[in-house]
Design a protein around this ligand. Sequence first.
Ligand code: SAM
Ligand code: SF4
Length: 362
Amino acid sequence: MTVVALGLPTTASAAAAPPDTPSDGPLRDRFGRIVTDLRVSVTDRCNLRCTYCMPAEGLDWLPTDEVLSTDELIRVMTVAVRDLGIRSIRFTGGEPLLRRDLEHLIGAVAGLPERPEIAMTTNGLGLARRIDGLVAAGLSRVNVSLDTVDPQRFAEITRRDRLDDVLSGLAAARDSALRSVKVNAVLAGHEDLARLPDLLTFCLDHGYQLRIIEQMPLDADHRWNRSAMVTAEEILAVLRSHFTLLSDPRPRGSAPAATWLVDGYDVDGEPARVGVIASVTRPFCGDCDRARLTADGALRNCLFAESETDLRGILRGDLPEKDIDEAIARRWRGNVWTKAAGHGVNDPDFHQPTRPMSAIGG
Ligand code: SAM
Ligand code: SF4
């Protein structure tokens, strides 16, 4: 079988943090932004092959011994919460449910004295079986990715005939004790605009909050092109032609989604909302509060970062045990300190990062 090499950055750096890096306190950058939200990719593997994310043949997965172990992940997340001011952790992948220790990871984070909010982004396959254990461990929010409720189109986009599994995962999440169930949708092409009203109707009928994300240049095939991307403006025009959208009085804060109330609908007694994440056409980098950890232990201070900072070397190196946490914190402060002002996707000299979305986690 042909596999596409993951092409991981060669720039994962073990270099010392820049000299002007703050030596204590939360994770801050030179522009005054403070990072409080951590995305943890627990595996680069996936059981779907969404066209805008993965090649049909899959990728050359990370060897198991390069992926952070349960204990290593717990150690890094503990430093993040205890020493670096992280207040929310979102587990992602690849597909996070492919990791058998996910309940254990969630339980460990939920047991920290300053318990962060714990969320997960998943494609929903196998969620129905595991949702109760995940919630019992401490999961409080879930986003399930679902781009269409048309079975044929679902199979074309994901290259797998698994729509029923995703729908049963979603239903199980709704019937669990979770506080919020969101649906993430990426429109793979302009032809999907015509199907969007059905997707929103489905979400409104079932009590899920829909978020539509502009497709970003993070596909492993490097096929993204601006003219094929469905823009937030096009998405909103279609939504407005089928629904009455009212401005949302709730402040947006650092949330990437701009949201609207959908007139005439409510979810659990609250007005129903729909959100659009205009990552490309209306970047929200000025309010970004995120850090990302890859499955092989690299820190990324932006989805589009061209370089990474290695933590695995510290975890597996020869530092005395008592110095490891401090070394992780120092390197992490340096990584965030050098975060760029913006993602640069709209700059003429933009380069797509080598690490694809499936190995970053979104
Ligand atoms: N496998 C899980 C899933 O699909 O939810 C988690 C990982 S996936 C990379 C996280 C999110 O990124 C999904 O909602 C997916 O739709 C989104 N995504 C993947 N490729 C994307 C791209 N090129 N542009 C925008 N969003 C993308
Ligand atoms: Fe897998 Fe998620 Fe990427 Fe789809 S978007 S291929 S489900 S990692």
